[in-house]
Design a protein around this ligand. Structure first.
Ligand code: ADP
Ligand code: MG
Length: 628
């Protein structure tokens, strides 16, 4: 029952403008009005809690009320009520806080604290526009409030958000604030209990006071990222991961850190166990939520972490972030760049530490998420060197299934070795039995084994690690003898230089344009011939891909038709030695065998796509041989 007639106030002229901006353009999602009002309720409650603690003798009205936030709704009527038992507002505070431009009572509270040398990190608001967001969805809003001071009055502030508001004295309010929102028809859906709960869980799951919808508490998990490490148990970390990432797996490991400079950051980042992209679920969306003082700003911020870290889950909370900012504006802010830099650095450092101190954990991580780091090498120049240090590959020195780092590879390399050698192939056995590996094996020179198509891109993009170039072991100009001598003394007699040169000339003549060059090679041990890459960048795998692109009709013909290759023959191999004699006695058969040699070498390089011609020729050879 009001004892006086309601008083009518015009909003300040600037407030009208602000209202217009808030209602029409500041926020992308209408639903955030719930977040703003709950944040305000939380702030008001925190101020009361603070007052209770700081002023032991304060005479607080309704002193024994529970400090919780109650939300109820009436779907039919399209009404939502948000109630807190915080400090409430006096008549003047109502005018000052809700009727004046960007006046934030919270900021004033903080300033007052600062002057007395105190701090309160728990307050959310400080910009003084959040409240107005309710007018994006409301036809009218009533704010019933009763200040915590003993000798106070109850008031009802009401407005439709257009130009004016009214304040009226009322009776019977408990301490705190009760906001009754009458939604416009268009936004009635927000009064649906399910919808309301979902919104609160999304944005306000970690508010420090209980938030209850129809008596049921929604925020059951605490904001553990704001605690210090020692105060959080392993179980809590795991539970939080499942909650935040909506995950079914366990976290593989996590990184929890707090920093004050250059930015205030509280972060809890998780590496999952399972790689969902690997399961064919499509490209992952970023999953580290961005919070400001426990309140969600964006659950999937795109620029918070580099793309290749999109598998990371968790929470980043920075009190430096403006809460009242739309997502679009958030994306490019320099603050985001700074956060990105700090977070990426920390995460990489964690990986390095894991690799060093818990190699098994790291190897298991690499197994599932190595592909992302490889992607990083090819796309993120800033972190390339660090990422290269984290790469792991099988090699001719490791057991099958075990891997080595590039630094370990280099630490084993002989003095004279100036390059890092690798071979790409479908499997370990395919690489080990191919012609390219023999020369390295015979000299005990370590070769990395690459099994995934992206690996060659990684090598090409990175080009070098610690100033040692990556070189595919099927490249033409590798001088292995300069690095180490062949250990196998059973070298076998080689063709005379003249005979071998004549044979190469013969083969080149017969193969015509299919090869650009034929030469004798010291590199081969057990195989009669191999194809090598004249162009270090153009490995067999790359050729294959280019060809596939050409065939699809997509890519430009970058190689001018079938790329010519270099053929190297092994002058110590008896097949080659026999061929040198055969070409004088039976030129026709020697020609067929030369052609077959090229196709076999192509096959070993994975370059032979259509074997039909090769098969025909093979029968021809067999026919001639069987007639002898
Ligand atoms: P901010 O929260 O950034 O300060 P708002 O526009 O959200 O800005 O709120 C403006 C001010 O209104 C707050 O600072 C506070 O002083 C006051 N206020 C809003 N909601 C409440 C509430 N539930 N209880 C007490 N005061 C409130
Ligand atoms: Mg606010």
């Amino acid at each position: 029952m009001s004892t006086q007639a309601p008083e009518r106030h015009e909003f300040q002229a600037e407030v009208k403008q602000i209202l217009d901006i808030v209602v029409h353009s500041l926020y992308t999602d209408k639903e955030i009005f719930v977040r703003e009002l709950i944040s305000n309720a939380s702030d008001a409650t925190e101020k009361l809690r603070h007052t209770q603690v700081a002023q032991k003798d304060a005479d607080i009205f309704d002193a024994d009320l529970d400090l919780e936030i109650q939300v109820t709704s009436d779907e039919e009527a399209g009404e939502i009520t948000i109630r807190d038992f915080g400090i409430g507002m006096t008549h003047d505070e109502l005018i000052e806080n809700l009727g004046t431009i960007a006046h934030s009572g919270s900021k004033a509270f903080l300033n007052a604290l600062k002057e007395s040398g105190e701090r309160n990190e728990n307050l959310i608001g400080q910009f003084g526009v959040g409240f107005y967001s309710v007018f994006m969805v409301a036809e009218s809003v009533k704010v019933y409030t009763r200040s915590w001071h003993k000798d106070g009055q109850c008031y009802c502030w009401s407005s439709d958000g257009s130009g004016a508001y009214e304040i009226e004295e009322v009776d019977g309010e408990r301490r705190g604030t009760r906001i009754v929102i009458k939604l416009t028809d268009e936004y009635k859906e927000f009064a649906k209990k399910d919808r309301l709960e979902a919104i609160i869980k999304k944005y306000s799951a970690f508010v420090q006071f209980p938030v209850k919808v129809d008596g049921e508490k929604l925020n059951t998990i605490g904001a553990i990222w704001l605690k210090s490490k020692g105060d959080v148990s392993e179980e809590e970390y795991k539970e939080f991961y499942k909650f935040q990432a909506k995950a079914f797996d366990e976290p593989r490991f996590w990184l929890h850190f707090n920093a004050d400079a250059p930015l205030e950051i509280n972060a809890l980042l998780y590496a999952p166990t399972e790689n969902m992209e690997g399961f064919g679920f499509g490209r992952m969306e970023p999953g580290v939520g961005l919070y400001c003082r426990k309140v969600l700003i964006d659950s999937q911020p795109k620029s918070l972490l580099p793309d290749w870290l999109r598998f990371v889950r968790g929470v980043v909370d920075s009190a430096d972030l403006p809460l009242n900012i739309s997502r679009e504006a958030m994306q490019d802010s320099s603050l985001m760049q700074k956060l990105n830099k700090v977070l990426t650095k920390r995460f990489l450092k964690t990986l390095e530490e894991k690799a060093k101190k818990e190699p098994e954990t790291y190897d298991a991580f690499w197994e599932s998420f190595g592909l992302f780091l490889k992607e990083g090498v090819t796309t993120d120049f800033t972190h390339r060197d660090q990422l290269l240090g984290l790469l792991r590959y099988e090699s001719s020195y490791t057991e099958a299934g075990k891997t080595t780092s590039l630094s370990d590879y280099l630490s084993r390399a002989p003095e004279g070795q100036k390059e890092i050698y690798y071979l790409y192939g479908p499997s370990r056995s395919a690489i080990e039995s191919g012609p390219y590996f023999e020369a390295f094996k015979a000299r005990n020179i370590e070769v990395l084994f690459l099994y995934e198509p992206i690996d060659e891109f990684v090598m090409n993009h990175a080009r070098a690690f610690e100033e040692k170039n990556f070189v595919s072991a099927d490249s033409d100009d590798i001088d292995l003898d300069a690095i180490a001598p062949e250990t196998d003394s059973e070298k076998g007699e080689a063709l005379e230089k003249d005979a071998s040169e004549a044979l190469c000339q013969f083969i080149k003549e017969k193969l015509g344009d299919e090869v650009s060059e034929v030469s004798a090679s010291e590199r081969l041990v057990g195989s009669p011939a191999m194809i090598v890459n004249a162009d270090k960048m153009m490995t067999a795998q790359m050729r294959k891909m280019m060809k596939a692109m050409q065939q699809k009709g997509g890519g430009p013909d970058m190689m001018g038709g079938e790329p010519p290759v270099k053929l190297q023959v092994n002058p110590r191999h008896s097949l080659v030695k026999n061929l040198a004699t055969l070409r004088e006695s039976d030129g026709e058969l020697a020609t067929l065998i030369s052609q077959q040699l090229l196709d076999n070498a192509r096959m070993a390089a994975g370059l032979l796509e259509d074997p039909s011609q090769m098969l025909q020729r093979n029968y021809q050879i067999l026919e001639q041989l069987s007639a002898k």
